[in-house]
Design a protein around this ligand. Structure first.
Ligand code: KIV
Length: 268
């Protein structure tokens, strides 16, 4: 029998029972399959694809077509995880019609079970419009990469009292608008704790400390695949770059020495 995918209800139950929620990003079939088989709760097809896969400096250039392409691959590679796909920059900010249509495309064409968008009180109407179509929405507040130009860089948010109060209001607005979960990115851990206690939906932290209901990281960061940036909140759980370099070096050497292909790799 096919294993059943996790649902948004399962995540809410995990928060109620104090079980931490594990989330990782994926953008392709192969990695999605490995992390799904390992038992990850949620796979996020993040618009971080723009930086770690496509090599852009920001997530801003990512398009709907790219998000649909990567979401489809991840859905094909997974069976039990809930797949959440990011709405990229400009796919939901202009008007509610665009937002509803693009959220619907990630579900219908991409095969995701939920979408994520960045913003708090300023996006509450958008979250309400999408959830009114029965599409589950994950919110995302704090250091929101699509707001890089307003923030003046990737900076920790909510250190000043007024900013912290605004983030708490944002979290409550996102919950009231109907989101099923909320990413808290790049905020002080005690603020993340207060927000996690103030909302009944699960909070998923990235650079937000241990008090969140779950954690998310970018797969390239935890595997040591992306050496361009290494933010303080990232823990490298493996050195895949080193392994790949070793494999590629060995391949080049064997090709140059005519040690590969050997007889067993050749046809008679
Ligand atoms: O795009 C992304 O990968 C994200 C997470 C890091 C939260 O939004």
């Amino acid at each position: 029998m096919e294993p059943k995918r996790k649902t948004i209800l399962a995540l809410q139950k995990m928060k109620a029972e104090g079980e931490k929620i594990s989330v990782l990003t994926a953008y392709d079939y192969a990695l999605a399959r490995i992390m799904d088989e390992a038992g990850i709760d949620v796979i996020l097809v993040g618009d971080s694809v723009g930086t770690v896969v496509s090599g852009h400096d920001t997530t801003l250039p990512v398009t709907m077509e790219e998000m649909i392409y990567h979401t489809r691959a991840v859905v094909r590679g997974s069976r039990q995880a809930l797949v959440v796909a990011d709405l990229p920059f400009l796919s939901y900010q202009v008007d509610l019609r665009d937002a509803r249509l693009n959220a619907g495309r990630l579900i219908k064409e991409g095969g995701a079970q939920a979408v994520k968008l960045e913003g708090g009180e300023n996006q509450a109407a958008t979250i309400r419009a999408i959830t009114a179509m029965d599409i589950p929405v994950m919110g995302h507040i704090g250091l929101t990469p699509q707001s890089i130009h307003r923030m003046g860089g990737y900076r920790v948010q909510g250190r000043q009292e007024a900013q912290a109060r605004q983030l708490l209001a944002d979290a409550q607005a996102v919950e009231a608008a109907g989101a099923f979960a909320l990413v808290l990115e790049g905020i002080p851990r005690y603020l993340a704790r207060d927000i996690s206690n103030a909302v009944s939906i699960p909070t998923i932290g990235i650079g937000a400390g241990v008090y969140c209901d779950g954690q998310v990281l970018v797969i390239h960061d935890i595997l040591g695949l992306c050496e361009k940036y290494s933010p303080k909140f990232v823990k490298k759980f493996a050195d895949v770059s080193g392994t790949i370099r070793g494999g590629v070096d060995a391949y080049i050497r064997e090709v140059k020495d005519a040690a590969f292909p050997a007889t067993e790799h050749s046809f008679d």
